[in-house]
Ligand binder design. Sequence first.
Ligand code: FAD
Length: 442
Amino acid sequence: MLEQIGSEGASQLMQNPPLEHTASYYAASANVSAQRDVLTDDVITDVCIIGAGYTGLSSALHLLEAGFNVTVLEAARVGWGASGRNGGQIVNSYSRDIDVIEKTVGAEKAKLFGEMAFEGGKIIRDRIDKYNIQCDLKNGGVFAALNIKQMRELEHQKALWERHGNDQLEMLDTTEIRSVVDTQNYVGGLLDKSGGHIHPLNLALGEAAAVESLGGKIYEHSAAIRIERGEPVKVFTDKGSVTASFLIVAGNAYLGGLMPELRAKSMPCGTQVVATEPLTDLQAQSLLPQDYCVEDCNYLLDYFRLSGDKRLIYGGGVVYGARDPADIDAIIRPKMLNTFPQLSQVKIDYRWTGNFLMTLSRLPQVGRVGSNIYYSQGCSGHGVTYTHLAGRLMSEMMRGQAERFDAFASLPHLPFPGGHMLSVPFSALGAWYYTVRDKFGI
Ligand SMILES: Cc1cc2nc3c(=O)[nH]c(=O)nc-3n(C[C@H](O)[C@H](O)[C@H](O)COP(=O)(O)OP(=O)(O)OC[C@H]3O[C@@H](n4cnc5c(N)ncnc54)[C@H](O)[C@@H]3O)c2cc1C
């Protein structure tokens, strides 16, 4: 269904909400989860949240644990967006690293971002433990270098992350990386033992069940179509409404035009993923012997890992503006075979696309509109950990602890040059520039 939605996101999402998850491997292997109610009443709550992806669910869980009353509105199903379709890689830090933030906010303030850079992964593991979420958690993630320049960058990243408290890192030379991933393409890499991977949709479904176990209410097929700003704030669906003291907007790449000020400074992008047929134990063991997930260091990167039932989940490519490609295999299979030529006879069972939200700085945008509407969006492709942190920051904010939320909110939100209309060609040009640099290792 997503395939017909593209960059207009919620405009179509609101008029034509899809009934089910997109046809991915994750949907096919999802834990049992009942359909939830559609909102048909006028309800009153402390906090209304738009979107049941990780940002919305993490916010809901933190708020419920702090004693708030929470109502979540989801246009489609829990985890229908990027949170239920992503590569499943628990990657620490942010899409731009702490050193980039340091240049923007100064060394002192950057320390706070450094402290938070590894918190999202801990929140995920805490959720999995506390609420007994079955989502195939595996520990260990590798950043793979395709050339010496990328290797130097990884050494820099290791020193940077160690300075901010991550002691789980290990450089891998050419021989060592071949012992964790069976390809000739990499000259080395960086292993982060505090990285890892999960079945993303099952994580979202488990978090939703946790929300409900604490008394939170999630409505599915209940798109927010209008927001009446004020104190309280009122959110309308086509059959009901929610009146709340606070609103959290967590629609990310699928929000469309519901909040024009958020749309103006971000751009939905598509990325594609395939899942092969289950590999034999021997194939799986030789491909990724330690079962780590891997992403390469290119600007437009490839990412892959094994699923719980030993399929290779392989993703890559970016479609600026999130137009949906007609032939996903034609995009991803050559990338997969370039990394693993030994899989030429292996069938692809599932293919899908999903949208993430890009910002010009590639740093997340966090902020407040008026006195009681909060948002977090735009993790630019690395959001599995950050979105879990974002939920905690928004709950802290509502409990009157503003320091960490304000630190993120102080990062500049840059408009795309030329505005919304030119964001796609502008970004494609930028990506082309970085792709050429990656290709020649410059
Ligand atoms: C294919 C793919 C692969 C990725 N791989 C990785 C990875 O391996 N590691 C990583 O760190 N990050 C990855 N990402 C990024 C990561 O998945 C996202 O950053 C993260 O899931 C965003 O979560 P979210 O809750 O903010 O948004 P989403 O998960 O997109 O959730 C937004 C929700 O809001 C709902 N919604 C929108 N508008 C409305 C409305 N008007 N009313 C009600 N509901 C509404 C949508 O239906 C949707 O369910 C990937 C993204 C994609 C698309």
